[in-house]
Design a protein around this ligand. Structure first.
Ligand code: DQA
Length: 145
């Protein structure tokens, strides 16, 4: 079983970017930890990062036939992108939304997500653990161990 992991805009700066908000793990660290967990769950991962909304939309459509679901940190597109919501609705694949920071404790504009209502579940506030918890939840939903 394969899951695509999507990191949205600015997430390649992890480790350097506002470490007091997002922690000191780099994107490679996050991907490595996800890879280790995925092995124990019997899940294969495909990683993707882009700062460009259209590239993410294309990736979702292109990857959907080869994956069972998506794990996504949509970054700032969470709060702006109806197109991202439509991309997921269009491919009928379950997805889990994750965020490093606790959105509810942050600025008002981060409280709304266009995606959450269509997600299997949402995990936020646990740093890199949000991704790991999200992957566990998605794997369980997909029937992996
Ligand atoms: C984020 C939260 C978003 O509001 C922000 O724009 C990000 C990162 C998080 O992981 O906490 O880029 O998705």
């Amino acid at each position: 079983m394969k899951v695509a992991v999507i990191h949205g805009p600015n997430l390649r700066l992890l480790g350097k970017r506002e470490p007091e908000v997002y922690g000191t793990d780099t994107l490679d660290d996050v991907n490595r930890k996800l890879g280790e967990l995925a092995k124990t769950l019997g899940v294969e991962l495909e990683m993707f990062q882009s700062n460009h909304e259209g590239e993410i939309l294309d990736f979702i459509a292109d990857a959907a036939p080869r994956v069972s679901g998506f794990l996504i940190n949509p970054g700032a597109f969470t709060h702006t992108s109806i197109a991202l919501l439509d991309a997921f609705l269009g491919v009928s694949r379950p997805f889990v939304e994750v965020h490093l920071s606790n959105l509810a404790r942050r600025e008002e504009f981060r409280h709304h997500s266009y995606l959450s209502g269509a997600a299997v579940g949402v995990v936020y506030g646990f740093g890199v653990q949000s991704y790991l918890l999200g992957l566990r939840g998605l794997a369980a939903r997909l029937g992996a161990s």
